[in-house]
Write a protein that binds this ligand. Structure first.
Ligand code: DOR
Ligand code: ZN
Length: 373
């Protein structure tokens, strides 16, 4: 219903939400990026460890190649902005990771999650080792024993271009059809967060797995397909995993809007790149700082959810505010934020690295249909 003088614009008041997958980088970028997240009603964040250098040890004293510890990166985040109730920094799994590091880290309370990056499979992923490495060296065993969540970038690495992105199979479908079932079978107690799922194959894997397996979903994978990226080569829509096909987007929409959804939750994968187009390529990542709840609301409405009705609002709140904290053993925020159904112009974020264009702008939108109160 369009707002006019007589009908107040619909409002959606929700618990402050947790973005359980976002990139805040390092140095002078941290502050503006954290502020953009706080401004969109975030109570908590899971801050990804593919910084430069990566966060690949738990304590500063752990022997390692040039990297930061979780303890150090947490301090950097807190020093840059104290506004979040909950901050989780996963350990970047690399050759450094040992069962002893996992167990000492978990006992200290600093280590809550570990991140698997397919070797060279995405931005700053060159320290990743193949999944089998951790399946065999006791790391996943130690994580399962201590309740440490495995955050999965579920894409097969090193595929030939022909197999990387095909209509019948791609790097993600390969991973969720071939690798993930073996992982779940070998470590039935391991908590697994299938991150930024983009295919029906990944959704199917998560749905048939036990309660210890859940998934985050980004705004871009709910809103767009590969066609949106390719039509006009809108490179601000280029991220990894790549946007997929309509049937994949439909499976994601069905999963997040199912009234019984307990497994799918918000994790934006917001990834700032001040310079997207490089001399002979494109940096992967969609930036959704400041606009993610608005984009998620837009996607739910496109999927047929009526956000002006209590049923629809409940479905949206479960996805945005409840399922994620439940999976990570975090409290749902007691504070609220409000979305109002009013058009708001899109804008980019000024940072010391330059302007960062949001997914909304990059998709060609001039306005968003929701704004944060
Ligand atoms: O699109 C992406 N951008 N995917 C990732 O896995 C990493 C991220 C980044 O750090 O820029
Ligand atoms: Zn990411």
């Amino acid at each position: 219903m369009p707002a006019n003088a007589n009908t107040p614009a619909p409002r959606l008041t929700l618990p402050r939400w947790h973005d359980l997958h976002a990139h805040f980088r390092q140095g002078e970028l941290l502050r503006p990026l954290l502020r953009a997240h706080a401004a969109m009603g975030c109570a908590g964040i899971l801050a990804m460890p593919n910084t430069v250098p990566p966060v690949a040890k738990v304590f500063p004293g752990d022997a390692a190649f040039d990297c930061w510890s979780i303890e150090e990166y947490l301090r950097m985040i807190r020093d840059a902005d104290g506004g979040f109730d909950d901050i989780i920094v996963p350990l970047y799994l690399s050759e450094n990771a040992t069962p002893e590091m996992i167990s000492a880290g978990a006992k200290s309370g600093l280590l809550r999650a570990c991140k698997y990056y397919p070797p060279r499979g995405t931005t700053n992923a060159e320290h990743g080792r193949p999944l089998d490495h951790y399946m065999q060296n006791g790391v996943f065993e130690a994580m399962a024993e201590h309740g440490v969540v495995l955050c999965l970038h579920g894409e097969e690495h090193g595929l030939a271009p022909e197999n990387y992105f095909d209509s019948a199979a791609n790097a993600e479908t390969f991973f969720y059809r071939e690798r993930a079932p073996r992982l779940a079978e070998k470590f039935p107690d391991l908590k697994i967060a299938a991150e930024h799922v983009s295919t029906k194959a990944a959704v199917d894997f998560v749905l048939q797995a036990g309660e210890n397996v859940a998934a985050s979903v980004t705004p871009q994978h709910l809103l767009y397909t590969a066609g949106h990226l390719l039509q006009g080569c809108k490179y601000h829509l280029y991220c990894l995993p790549l946007l997929k096909f309509d049937a994949d987007r439909a499976a994601l929409r069905a999963a997040v809007t199912d009234p019984r959804n307990t497994k799918f939750f918000a994790g934006t994968d917001s990834a700032p790149h001040a310079r997207k187009a490089t001399d002979c390529g494109c940096a992967a990542g969609c930036f959704t700082g400041g606009v993610a709840p608005q984009l998620y609301a837009m996607a739910f409405e496109e999927a047929g959810v009526d956000l002006s009705a209590p049923v629809g609002q409940g479905i949206f709140a479960r996805f945005l505010c409840c399922n994620g904290p439940a999976f990570y053993d975090l409290p749902v925020s007691k504070e609220t934020f409000t979305l109002i159904k009013e058009d708001r112009n899109v804008a980019s974020l000024a940072t010391p690295d330059g302007n960062i264009v949001t997914l909304a702008e990059g998709a060609g939108l001039k306005t968003l249909p929701w704004r944060i109160a």
